[in-house]
Design a protein around this ligand. Structure first.
Ligand SMILES: *[C@@H]1O[C@H](CO)[C@@H](O)[C@H](O)[C@H]1NC(C)=O
Ligand SMILES: *[C@@H]1O[C@H](CO)[C@@H](O)[C@H](O)[C@H]1NC(C)=O
Ligand SMILES: *[C@@H]1O[C@H](CO)[C@@H](O)[C@H](O)[C@H]1NC(C)=O
Ligand SMILES: *[C@@H]1O[C@H](CO)[C@@H](O)[C@H](O)[C@H]1NC(C)=O
Length: 861
């Protein structure tokens, strides 16, 4: 890297400089501008006013008519600069420097201008960045409220950057708009990179790029303020994983020092290097999998794929060797991270360029596939593959064009809208609103991948649309289809404290309708009683069954929880979350209307019931609930902590699909950025995270703890607290951990499933539950890890049930002895146990090696 030390210093200090921008935005090189007067966003960045750089007399600024609940920040999104005719900005720049140019768009209604009518092009000097661009269609297709386009402009050889917004001629009345612009100098990040499948190199140094994806693989969202000085946002990679294997995430010990050596620190933040995804336990089941990411891209462009690696487990060459494929072509036959970097904790990155043809590489939608596969031929010590981060950049073509077509709103969106319409007409309510997926028992992994891809669209800011079907209903653009007889609220319920946005997203029932539905709250319709009040069964719209929660009007807590629940649920839609249909607030009555869950709570199906669930059903239900919670933790912009995970809050629909309910205690909000919120301790005894109790600081790891209790409850069919038992057994969490550690877990297994559980599955399940109950939050796995482990456990159970289904895979061809494979698998196993620490885990007994040899050789059973 050629950034001189002066620039380097500048970049490292950028976050601080940004805070001072409003004082000297004239002198500084960085321009972070919002339409209108500027201000501070929720991440604490200062935005200046754009007017100084504007070279136009015809523009107007206007405030959006509607604040979408998922907008990350009022600044810069709520104000737009509107250009009814061509207009430009002129920014002073250094002719030899590379610059970020970021454009922020929030398509909404701005006074007389509706963003749906807006089509325009954007050019930067000689470059075409956008053409016939509709922010509205793009956002609709991605099912998100706003988008950011990020370009890295190669040195312009000019002292002025002129950004021109030009309304499209093809659409009468079209106008252009923008909500925020950033022009920020950056170091030269690019160099020559090999072209996959050809001996040539492409010199990216001279090219302008558009960022398509930037993912912190195996890690979490990193905000621009927490980037390594380059104000980039990094996203979770899970939504882009396809296929059965999502692998396992690994986190370096907090003590690990990243050894940057010659590499500038700004290349990527430490958090990117300190988390990774690997295939994990490589067995005959998994060794035939690729770890694969799929990205939607615009055809007929070259793309730069930058892969980040940093190994913090191994220190020798040929310990871990894998192959890297891009669009089915071998980009790297033998990737050896330690061989490249020279040591443990030393980060590196690798660049590859690939051209994506008109029809992509397979068929249909152009996608870019990145696949990693363990490389057995070079006989590495371990069979695995890993990745820490990935960036995907589109490269400007020879004419300086970067613009692609508007994405097509996906088949999924269109289908969801249609389903809503047919639903309104038909009396047959089965399955439609209620998540749809009949036979909800998920095939291993695959359904997870699809759901997650769809869910995460809200966080994506990049074009590309999913065509897979899913039961998830998108949040945008369909609130107008709700309700036939009821009014859509937004004007009434003045003092309720429920935001207009939330009200706009769900249906408002009149008290008369609620009374009709429940036969005036007839006691015979009561199906449950909670802290909030009674829950009634009811029928609306001539046939649709619903559950109606009526608050106890006297309780102050009730009012708050009522509001929280509407705010939360109106924004969330997921197959594994109970859907809120609407609410009623009238005459001091407060009611919430939900999907009716025909089979009630999980709790009533594991004990004291006539027909206890089979082990496989229990696993599937746990997986469903884990998916719902995983979505809460990672699917929305802010982490949502449920705070009251327990078996009575996991409900089952008629197809036994698990749905997480009761969001009255959930917490979210911008202050979650600190990783925790301080609150009064709430929740249910028996499930309460002891760390939360001690420190009164809530993190999503509190939900993990409660979920661990749920897992043991499902296994042992006894309540989380049973005061009638001897003292040491009262708390299930304590007792189960005690038994697990003493090796007497068998004694507490529910007799109705005991003996029907595959021992490997049981071990995986119990290990997972145990890790969830770790005393310190940071030692507990993430919900994503829990999910993967449960799915793995289900797979192991299914192997037992359908005999030899996997026994033919990947054995004969192996030239390695079973003994050495077993050793590898043991090593892998330790490695996965030791998430977050590098020393421990030698106390596993030989018992587990026997188990793993069974996985290696399932035929043996
Ligand atoms: C992994 O991906 C490569 C490239 O797409 C493909 O050739 C190979 O067959 C895949 N392997 C498996 C096990 O799917
Ligand atoms: C991927 O490559 C393999 C061999 O290189 C080939 O057999 C296979 O058909 C390719 N798959 C696709 C979808 O092009
Ligand atoms: C502009 O985009 C719209 C929406 O994607 C599309 O229907 C139309 O054909 C495009 N027009 C041109 C001239 O490309
Ligand atoms: C940046 O990271 C720190 C430490 O992880 C965290 O406390 C802070 O909230 C983050 N800031 C933002 C804006 O995300």
């Amino acid at each position: 890297m050629h950034a001189n030390t002066h620039n380097f210093f500048f970049l490292v200090c950028l976050p601080f400089l940004l805070n001072a921008l409003h004082v000297w935005s004239g002198e500084s090189d960085s321009l972070v501008l919002s339409s209108g007067n500027g201000g501070t966003d929720t991440d604490g960045r200062k935005w200046g006013a754009d007017s100084k750089y504007l070279d136009a007399k015809n523009s107007i600024t206007s405030t959006a008519a509607f604040q979408d609940p998922s907008l990350s920040s009022v600044i810069p999104y709520m104000t737009a600069r509107i250009f009814p005719s061509e207009a430009s900005y002129k920014f002073p720049v250094k002719s030899t420097k590379r610059y970020w140019l970021r454009l922020h768009f929030y398509p909404s209604a701005y006074s007389n201008f509706n963003a749906a009518d807006s089509y325009f092009s954007v050019t930067a000097n000689t470059l075409t960045l956008l053409k016939n661009f509709s922010a509205s269609i793009t956002c609709q297709a991605l099912s998100q409220a706003y988008i950011v386009r990020e370009y890295s402009l190669a040195p312009l050889e000019s002292e002025t950057l002129t950004v021109v917004f030009k309304p499209s001629n093809n659409h009468p009345g079209a106008f252009a708009f923008v909500n925020g612009i950033e022009v920020i100098p950056m170091p030269e990040l690019f160099d020559a990179a090999p072209m996959v499948g050809s001996p040539t190199e492409v010199d990216v140094k001279s090219l302008t790029t558009e960022t398509m994806y930037r993912l912190n693989v195996g890690g979490q969202y990193i905000s621009p303020a927490n980037d390594s000085g380059l104000t980039r946002a990094w996203y979770d990679d899970l939504p882009y994983i396809i296929g059965a294997a999502s692998g396992t995430t690994n986190h370096a010990s907090p003590k690990l020092q990243i050894q940057y050596q010659d590499m500038p620190k700004y290349i990527a933040p430490e958090d990117v290097y300190k988390s990774s995804r690997s295939l994990g336990v490589v067995t005959s089941i998994t060794q035939n999998f690729n770890l694969t990411w799929q990205f939607q891209v615009d055809p007929k462009f070259m793309y730069l794929v930058r892969l980040y690696f940093c190994d913090y487990y191994y220190s020798k060459e040929n310990q871990l060797v894998f192959s890297i494929f891009i669009n089915n072509q071998t980009a790297e036959p033998t990737a050896d991270v330690i061989g490249w970097s020279g040591g443990k904790g030393v980060p590196i990155y690798k660049d590859y360029v690939i051209y994506v043809k008109e029809d992509g590489w397979g068929n249909q939608t152009p996608t870019l596939l990145l696949a990693l596969h363990p490389q057995g031929e070079s006989k590495p010590e371990f069979l695995d593959a890993m990745l820490n981060g990935v960036e995907l950049f589109k490269l400007g073509d020879s004419t300086g064009n970067l613009a692609g077509p508007n994405p097509q709103p996906s088949a999924m969106l269109i289908k969801a809208e249609q389903e809503k319409k047919t639903f309104k007409k038909s009396d047959d309510t089965k399955g439609k609103v209620i998540g749809g997926a009949a036979g909800g028992a998920a095939a291993f992994g695959i359904v997870a991948a699809i759901c997650v891809v769809v869910l995460y669209q809200r966080k994506r800011r990049i074009p590309g649309s999913e065509s897979q079907t899913s039961s998830w209903l998108p949040l945008y653009g369909n609130s107008h289809t709700t309700g036939t007889k009821s009014t859509i609220s937004g004007k009434s319920t003045a003092s309720s404290g429920i935001s207009a946005a939330a009200q706009g997203l769900c249906r408002h029932f009149s008290l008369a309708e609620i009374k009709q539905a429940t036969k005036s709250f007839d006691e015979s319709n009561v199906i449950g009683v909670g802290g909030f009040g009674k829950v009634y069964k009811g029928v609306i719209d001539a046939g649709m069954k619903v559950a109606i929660k009526r608050s106890n009007p006297s309780s102050e807590q009730g009012v708050n929880e009522f509001q929280t629940e509407i705010e939360m649920l109106s924004k969330l839609r997921h197959k594994h979350l109970v859907s809120l249909i609407g609410f009623c607030e009238e005459d001091g009555e407060m009611c919430l209307v939900y999907d009716y869950m025909a089979r009630g709570t999980l709790r009533e199906h594991i004990y004291k019931c006539k027909q206890p669930l089979s082990w496989k059903q229990r696993l599937e239900i746990c997986i469903g609930a884990a998916r719902g919670l995983h979505y809460l933790h990672t699917g929305a912009r802010y982490t949502i902590i449920h705070r009251d995970v327990k078996t009575t809050n996991i409900l089952l629909d008629e197809n036994w699909v698990a749905k997480v309910s009761d969001f009255g205690l959930s917490k979210t909000g911008p202050n979650m950025n600190n990783g925790h919120v301080s609150t009064v301790v709430k929740g249910s005894f028996g499930y309460l995270d002891p760390e939360y109790f001690r420190r009164q600081q809530l993190t999503e790891k509190s939900d993990i703890y409660s979920f661990g209790v749920v897992l043991f409850e499902v296994l042992s069919a006894r309540p989380a607290l049973n005061p009638s038992l001897p003292k040491e057994q009262v708390s299930l969490a304590d007792w189960a951990l005690h038994c697990k550690r003493k090796g007497t877990l068998d004694d507490i297994i529910d007799p109705t499933v005991k003996g029907k559980i595959n021992p490997e599955c049981l071990k995986k399940f119990a290990d997972t539950a145990e890790k969830c109950l770790a005393d310190a939050g940071f030692e507990r796995p993430s919900m994503g890890d829990v999910l993967w482990n449960l799915e793995f456990a289900l797979q192991l159970q299914e192997n037992l049930q359908d005999g030899s289904s996997h026994s033919s895979q990947g054995q004969e061809s192996d030239d390695t002895s079973e003994e050495s494979l077993r050793n590898r698998n043991m090593a892998m196993h330790y490695r996965n146990l030791n998430i977050g620490s590098e020393h421990e885990g030698s106390d596993e007994s030989s018992e587990s090696s026997a188990i793993f040899s069974q996985i290696v050789n399932p035929k043996g059973r």
